[in-house]
Design a protein around this ligand. Structure first.
Ligand code: ADP
Ligand code: MG
Length: 243
C-alpha cells in the first residue's frame, strides 16, 4: 500500500499539484483522467521522483519520506520502488530490446549480465516479444517499442508501475496490443496507476478512476459509478466531452 499526503508541486509561481491525498492499495488498478495541463503527469513523476515535490509525504512499504527534506538515498529508494512507462517509450536507441530491459537489472540491481539477459528475455516473452530480443528500437513498431517499455518496467519488480499515457503516441493499429499487455498485468494484480484517455480500458480494468482538475483530485470512484453518475459538475463536463 502506498499513501501520499498533502503533495504539493509548484513550477515557478504556478501550483501544479495543490495538496494531493491518495492511497493506493496493493494490487489496485487506478486510472487517472482529466483535462490536459491539470497535473496528471506531474503527479506520476513526483511519485517516481522524476520531479521533486515541494512538500508532502509518501509512505511505501517501510519507506516514509517527507518530500521537503528527503535525502538523496530516500529519493533513490523511492525511485527503485516505482517503475515508469513513458508516452514516448524512452528506450535507448543504441541498445537492443533485450539490453533495454536488462539495463536496470545490471546497473541498478547489480545482477550478473547473463542472469539479467535471461530475465530480460523472459519478460520480453511475457509481452509477446520473445523473438525480438536482438532487435534495436528502430526496427520495432511503436506498439512493440512500448511493450519493451512495459517489460523494462516489469523488470524493476517495483511496488507500483506508473503509466503516463502509454498509448497516446501510438498509431491506432498498435493501441490494442499495448492495452492487452496492460490488461494481462492487471489480471495478475500488478499495482498500477495509469493516466490515459482510453475510457473503455478504464471501464474494463480500473478498480478506481480518479478525475483531476487544476492540480486537485476532484472526484474518484469505481468506473461504473464515476462514468454513469458523476457528482461534480467539472467531472460531468469533462466526461461529456470524452465519452
Ligand atoms: P497533464 O499531464 O495533466 O497534462 P502536466 O502534469 O504535464 O499536466 O502539467 C501540469 C502543468 O504544469 C502544466 O501547466 C504544465 O505546463 C506545467 N509543467 C509541467 N512540467 C513543467 C516543467 N518541467 N516546468 C514548468 N512547468 C511545467
Ligand atoms: Mg500528461
Amino acid at each position: 500500500m502506498i499513501t501520499l499526503s498533502r503533495l504539493v508541486k509548484t513550477f515557478g509561481n504556478s501550483t501544479v499539484l495543490d495538496g494531493i491525498d491518495l492511497t493506493i492499495e496493493k494490487g489496485e488498478i487506478i486510472v487517472v483522467i482529466g483535462p490536459s495541463g491539470t497535473g496528471k503527469s506531474t503527479l506520476l513523476r513526483c511519485i517516481n521522483m522524476l520531479e521533486t515535490p515541494d512538500s508532502g509525504e509518501i509512505s511505501l512499504n517501510k519507506l516514509r519520506i517527507d518530500f521537503a527534506k528527503a535525502s538523496r538515498a530516500e529519493q533513490l529508494a523511492l525511485r527503485r520502488n516505482t517503475a515508469f512507462v513513458f508516452q514516448n517509450y524512452a528506450l535507448f536507441a543504441n541498445r537492443t530490446a533485450r539490453d533495454n530491459v536488462a539495463e536496470r537489472l545490471i546497473v541498478v540491481d547489480g545482477w550478473p549480465r547473463a542472469r539479467a539477459h535471461a530475465r530480460a528475455m523472459e519478460l520480453l516473452e511475457r509481452v509477446g516479444l520473445g523473438d525480438r530480443g536482438n532487435a534495436y528500437p528502430s526496427a520495432l513498431s511503436g506498439g512493440q517499442q512500448q511493450r519493451v517499455g512495459i517489460a523494462r518496467a516489469m523488470a524493476a519488480d517495483a511496488e507500483v508501475i506508473l503509466f503516463d499515457e502509454p498509448t497516446s503516441a501510438l498509431d491506432p493499429e498498435w493501441v490494442e496490443e499495448v492495452l492487452g499487455v496492460m490488461k494481462q498485468l492487471a489480471s495478475q494484480r500488478q499495482t498500477m496507476m495509469v493516466v490515459t484517455h482510453e475510457m473503455q480500458f478504464a471501464r474494463d480494468v480500473a478498480d478506481r478512476v480518479i478525475f483531476m482538475e487544476g492540480g486537485r483530485i476532484v472526484e474518484q470512484g469505481p468506473p461504473d459509478q464515476l462514468f454513469s453518475d458523476p457528482k461534480d459538475p467539472r467531472t460531468r463536463s469533462f466526461l461529456r466531452k470524452v465519452l
